[in-house]
Design a protein around this ligand. Structure first.
Ligand code: ADP
Ligand code: MG
Length: 759
């Protein structure tokens, strides 16, 4: 599996962006100086008086100032890395730094502008140009794009953007993202399209893109597989994977005032990045055997890039303005540590999961199938030509011809179809056949036609599939043609040479510098005592300055540590408080029995690093599950009557498990009451009773009146109580049905009118 076992360190480069408009308008001072030749960054901290004389110096593999061009960075720093990916190494490029310092600019840049496009588009161009110039090699290039936001992994290329993916680990291939989609791409245009789709998905979900991108990590993965025949004629596959990582902004999320949900969010945002810091520290420290890769999704996913099987370049982005000096120093310290990480890159040869191999095998299999098919056809054709007719389905041995042409194939098919059609017509017109027979024969013919069609379609599909799969495998000079002319190629080579030379120059300069300090001074001889004193005083001064610088550095680092510790303590306090609250709730509001049940079911999932609860099962000693209802004998779940009858009556499977219950609708709650008659006191009742007696029983002595008025009183009729349609209800009725109502005016029995009616 491995070809080179040598270890190499993570390459760290620093890039300082130009002052932006705002900073220039606000007249911020520049505190960063960049010595490109020496690979040094010098930072003056305006808050410290001594720092104008003794700026803090950091040395890196290479440094880029505000005038640096994207292509310079690419040629000097990234091109060698991508080249080794093409050879089958794993490679990773990180962009690290405060928000707004040019991480995205370095990684992506301005896509449509050749001058200003970043590493990712440049690497597309590089990879496909390399393939187009290759010989006797087959390539398969695929791309994936994912994002880590608040410790959740999102596939930026999947249709379902709400889905969160999980990390899995396999002993042979290491950590991978389960179900991450990847697209095979055949050209720069296609892979650019993949990136655009991902970028769109990235911004769609975010309410504030700037804030979102400063809190999330975006990883673009390009896998390049290459197959080549070795000298023994054996096919070997090498797989290189290139991770292009745009990290979240490294500035501290201010935690003051953050509580509850917001605090949780803040800790999660920082989690991956601080875990990255811890991993770097642990790797560099050398004392700790445990590297906390598992502390975050990012570090787990990039485990190989940090101290494993990969070549890694880290780009630290900084800003030049004075108000960012603290962040700039933090970034520089952070990346300074990363310089010392040792990786063990090796060529990944013939890994088990190479997609290219699968493709090659599948193509071979399909081709074989296709071969068989065309063999069948040829035989049939030959039989036909020999005058045997093509009706028989049986296959006989026969010589196969070599004229396997598509046109011939098509003609053959059409011929057969026409023949069948003719036969069909003949049957239709044949009057000697009985109708039933006709139908039968017709059916048979139709079936044959159908079969013929199906077979042809299957053949075509197979051929199309082979074609599609083959087109995905790239071969230089065939699938992609290199359009650059010789002159441009020469120019490219020159640029690479220059880049290489620059790198060597810088290395030499750095070495010379350190040697200067160490050895040259020791060898000095002095001609006089005075001279010796002078020189030694000078040296002493220099060393003293150095001592001061180191002391200041120690002080700074201590302060940074204290800050960090305080933040951690604050987080811990908050979390403890949260925990206490939850305990309080559990102790006071959750029955002990329920709590124990949950505790018994809880377990820690090592894979997901998350506490989970086991499904409820029936365990003899602790009865967690309800006993099975009697109605459910023999069935997995209780059956309703409906389903039961459906099962008995219907032969088909449909509705079998439909447990329909007929439920009547609930009536609305009543808001009125039944009427209740008032209770009448016995005295009143008696009075009423007497008042309401039938008129028959009223005895009136009207003999006197009778004679004087000379009127005849009809017996009974007019004295009868008038009938009312209403039931007797309460007091009202007593007045209404009163016999004293003026229903018969002029009656001597009733009161006289009181003058309203003229007499
Ligand atoms: P980050 O991704 O680190 O938050 P960006 O890449 O979005 O930062 O950069 C912020 C702004 O600064 C952008 O408008 C970008 O064009 C500009 N910028 C960054 N680096 C450079 C550079 N080296 N040259 C010119 N402009 C730059
Ligand atoms: Mg960005």
């Amino acid at each position: 599996m491995s070809k080179s076992k040598s270890s190499e360190t993570v390459k760290v480069v620093v890039r300082c962006r130009p002052m932006n408009e705002k900073e220039r308008d606000a007249k911020f001072g520049r505190v960063v100086a960049v010595d490109v030749k020496l690979g040094q960054i010098l930072v003056r901290n305006p808050k410290e008086a001594s720092s104008s004389d003794h700026p803090k110096v950091f040395t890196f593999d290479s440094v880029y100032d505000w005038n640096s061009k994207q292509i310079d960075l690419y040629d000097e720093t990234f091109r060698p890395l991508v080249d080794s990916v093409l050879l089958g190494f794993n490679g990773t490029i990180f962009a690290y730094g405060q928000t707004g310092t040019g991480k995205t600019y370095t990684m992506e840049g301005v896509r449509n502008d050749i001058e200003r496009r970043g590493v990712i588009p440049n690497s597309f161009e590089h990879i496909f140009t390399h393939i187009s110039r290759s010989q006797n090699q087959q390539y398969l290039v695929r791309a994936s794009y994912l994002e880590i936001y608040q410790e959740e992994i999102k596939d930026l290329l999947s249709k379902d953007q709400t889905r969160r993916l999980e990390l899995r680990e396999r002993p042979d291939t290491g950590v991978y993202v389960k179900d991450l989609s990847s697209f095979v791409t055949k050209s720069v245009r296609e892979i650019e399209h993949v990136m655009n789709v991902g970028n769109q998905n990235r911004s769609v979900g975010a309410t504030n893109m700037n804030e979102h991108s400063s809190r999330s990590h975006a990883i673009f993965v390009i896998t390049v597989e290459c197959s080549e025949l070795d000298v023994d004629g054996e096919n070997h596959i090498r797989v290189g994977k290139l991770n292009l990582v745009d990290l979240a902004g490294s500035e501290r999320q201010t935690k003051t005032g953050a509580q509850g949900e917001r605090l949780k969010e803040a800790t999660k945002i920082n989690l991956s990045l601080s875990a990255l810091g811890n991993v770097i520290s642990a790797l560099v420290d050398g004392r700790s055997s445990h590297i906390p890769y598992r502390d975050s999704k990012l570090t787990r996913l990039l485990q190989d890039s940090l101290g494993g099987n990969a070549r890694t370049v880290m780009v630290a982005n900084i800003g030049p303005a004075s108000y960012n000096v603290e962040e700039t120093l933090t970034t520089l310290r952070y990346s300074n540590r990363a310089k010392n990480i040792k990786n063990k890159p090796r060529i990944n040869e013939d890994p088990k999961d190479a997609l290219l191999r699968e493709f090659q095998e599948e193509i071979a299999r399909l081709k074989e199938q296709l071969e068989k098919r065309s063999g069948k056809k040829k035989k049939r054709r030959q039989r036909k030509r020999a005058g045997e007719g093509s009706d028989g389905e049986d296959l006989e041995d026969g010589e196969t011809e070599d004229d396997d042409e598509e046109g011939d194939d098509k003609g053959d098919w059409r011929e057969q179809q026409e023949k069948l059609e003719r036969e069909r017509k003949a049957i239709m017109e044949d009057h000697s056949l009985v109708a039933e027979e006709k139908v039968l024969l017709l059916k048979e013919k139709e079936k044959k036609m159908e079969d013929l069609k199906k077979e042809r379609e299957a053949g075509e599909m197979l051929a199309a599939k082979v074609k599609a799969m083959e087109s995905k495998l790239l071969v230089g000079g065939k699938n992609i043609v290199d359009h650059t002319n010789e002159q441009q190629k020469m120019l490219e080579m020159r640029r690479q040479e220059i880049a290489e030379q620059k790198r060597r120059e810088r290395e030499m300069q750095q070495q010379m510098d350190s040697r200067d300090e160490e050895t040259l001074e020791l060898k000095e001889t002095y001609s006089s005592l005075q001279q010796e004193v002078d020189i030694k005083t000078k040296k002493l001064k220099k060393l003293f300055a150095k001592l001061q610088a180191v002391k200041a550095e120690i002080h700074d680092i201590q302060e940074a540590h204290i800050n960090e510790r305080q933040e951690l303590e604050q987080t811990q306090n908050e979390l403890t408080r949260d925990l206490k609250l939850k305990h309080l709730i559990i102790e006071n509001f959750i029955p002990l029995e329920e709590k124990n049940k949950i505790v018994n079911r809880a377990y820690f999932d090592e894979e997901d690093e998350y506490w989970k609860t086991r499904p409820i099962t029936r365990i003899e000693d602790d009865h967690q599950m309800m006993s099975r209802p009697l109605s459910a004998v023999g069935y997995r779940r209780p059956l309703s009557h409906h389903a039961h009858t459906a099962m008995m009556m219907r032969p088909d499977m449909r509705y079998k498990a439909e447990n329909i219950m007929v439920l009547d609708m609930d009536l609305p709650a009543r808001t009125t009451k039944e009427y209740q008659e008032p209770v009448i006191a016995p005295k009143v009742a008696a009075a009423l009773e007497s008042a309401l007696r039938d008129e028959d029983e009223i005895q009136v002595d009207a003999s006197g009146l009778h004679s004087s008025l000379g009127a005849t009183l009809p017996t009974g009729a007019s004295l009868k109580k008038p009938k009312s349609g209403r039931p007797r209800t309460g007091k009202k009725s007593s007045t209404r049905t009163s016999p004293f109502s003026p229903s018969s005016p002029g009656s001597p029995l009733y009161p006289q009118c009181r003058g309203l009616v003229p007499k």
